[in-house]
Design a protein around this ligand. Sequence first.
Ligand SMILES: Nc1ncnc2c1ncn2[C@@H]1O[C@H](COP(=O)(O)OP(=O)(O)O)[C@@H](O)[C@H]1O
Ligand SMILES: [Mg+2]
Length: 265
Amino acid sequence: MTQANPFDQQRPIDGVKNIIAVSSGKGGVGKSTVAVNLALALSKRGARVGLLDADIYGPSLPRMMGALNHKVDIGEDKKLQPVTRFQIKLMSIGFLVDEDLAVVWRGPMLFKAIDQFLRDVAWGELDYLLVDLPPGTGDVQLSLAQKVPLAGAIAVSTPQNVSLIDVKKALDMWRRMSVPILGVIENMAWFIPPGSSERMQLFPKGSLTKYLQENQLEKLGEIPFHPNVGLGSEAGIPVVESDPTGEEAKAFSAVAERIDKRFRL
Ligand SMILES: Nc1ncnc2c1ncn2[C@@H]1O[C@H](COP(=O)(O)OP(=O)(O)O)[C@@H](O)[C@H]1O
Ligand SMILES: [Mg+2]
């Protein structure tokens, strides 16, 4: 008897050209921050972008995108209408239930939610749908890769070795599921202290660069640590929107350019 291949359920989303997973081994490395700023940077290049918050237990995109109290409507097509902010189409469990209620959800409900977010949202025509995943290598990641063909996965890491250990696990997972790895974004790569012009390391530099070289993986970019990045997320106006010519925004734009050149122009 042959076993059913779970990847056989894979179906594209009508109108959506490239679905890109934003992953990390650990929480708190800036995955959601990268996802929102990358979405904005791609949009500023003229791409049509959607952002799906698949972090069911810790949805943070409504807050980061300044859409905290938005609720979604159901359109005539019976589909959930995404919330649009800064020209990005957004969907998050945070629009459907209270932030603190999502944590009591159990496995089957969770899968149903991911499935609905992929199929029952009126995404329309998109060049990119970025999916902000929960940290780690769990069921949500697996379920996403089984349900839709992913154009690729990005992993976000901080420079130090403890983060590298976890990012390796995330990269291994994508490899096992035959998802193309677009590369790694090193977040909080450096900091320029006030009154100085010299870059300072916040974390000891680990072996990320060496690991990437040895495994023929790309470093998609380095994002500096800057209080404005965090403040932008808290205020609901990501730094690429609030200070598009600043150094932080430029770092995100450089990553967006690399991705966009690969898939669109
Ligand atoms: N480059 C950065 N500079 C300053 N603060 C950052 C940067 N990246 C992330 N942060 C902050 O670090 C915290 C964790 O980021 P977040 O994107 O929520 O991580 P994750 O989604 O990986 O859990 C947030 O408070 C965020 O504002
Ligand atoms: Mg997050």
